[in-house]
Write a protein that binds this ligand. Structure first.
Ligand SMILES: Cc1cc2nc3c(=O)[nH]c(=O)nc-3n(C[C@H](O)[C@H](O)[C@H](O)COP(=O)(O)O)c2cc1C
Length: 199
């Protein structure tokens, strides 16, 4: 399974890459997962302003950075979107990145990883909804970390004491990744024999 861990925040001084690195490290431990970190900061796209919804516009004229983003996102079998909670939702830069997509996520599993003062639950709910409209298969398990920047280092190490908690964030993350792989293994062959339904 080719897995993208997508960092969905780009502001100066952002903390989200800590959580992304932690997830990349955990995914790399699981047999059969080929993980890549995709950082939205490397795809500085303009605000979406296409005249027609991209799904209904076969002759889109798009910025080269947007093309690069869409081609990159299309490469994967499964996704973890990593986002902070901003004003009870996801950062605008992440929503903007979704607005450019058409069928890149279609019939592929996606998981949500959030952080914020209380773990980012409102961002998680919004993101699940957005992913669903993006035609991804949103898996039930998620990863939410409260006070993330205090307990995960810049190189993605979770505090040693906290990681021992059998009901803590490490267990939650490992379960989410294991389940994501299960969904990916089930869905990949089904996509490969794609039936002629294009709805
Ligand atoms: C513009 C802004 C809005 C925020 N709104 C919320 C919020 O609604 N709920 C919350 O729990 N935390 C909120 N926070 C705190 C962030 O979730 C927290 O600082 C997080 O680390 C930000 O991720 P970042 O450092 O990668 O930008 C907000 C932070 C910013 C910058």
């Amino acid at each position: 399974m080719k897995l993208a861990v997508i960092t969905g925040a780009t502001r100066l001084g952002r903390q989200t890459p800590r959580q992304s690195q932690w997830i990349v490290n955990a995914a790399a431990e699981i047999e059969g997962i080929d993980v890549e970190h995709v950082d939205l900061k490397d795809y500085p796209m303009p605000f979406f302003n296409e005249p027609i919804s991209p799904r209904y516009n076969p002759s889109r004229e798009i910025d080269p950075t947007v093309t690069k983003w869409l081609e990159k996102i299309n490469e994967f079998d499964a996704y973890v979107f990593v986002t902070p909670e901003y004003n009870h939702s996801i950062p605008g830069v992440l929503k903007n990145a979704f607005d450019y997509m058409t069928s890149e996520l279609k019939r592929k599993p996606a998981a949500v990883a959030t952080h914020g003062t209380i773990g980012g639950p409102r961002a998680a709910m919004h993101l699940k909804d957005i992913l669903s409209e993006s035609q991804a298969i949103v898996i039930p398990k998620a990863s939410a970390v409260a006070g993330m920047s205090k307990i995960i280092s810049e190189d993605g190490e979770l505090d040693a004491e906290i990681s021992k908690n059998p009901y803590g964030p490490q267990r939650q993350l490992d379960a989410m990744l294991t389940e994501l792989k299960w969904y990916s293994d089930v869905l990949a062959p089904a996509r490969a024999t794609a039936y002629a339904v294009n709805v």
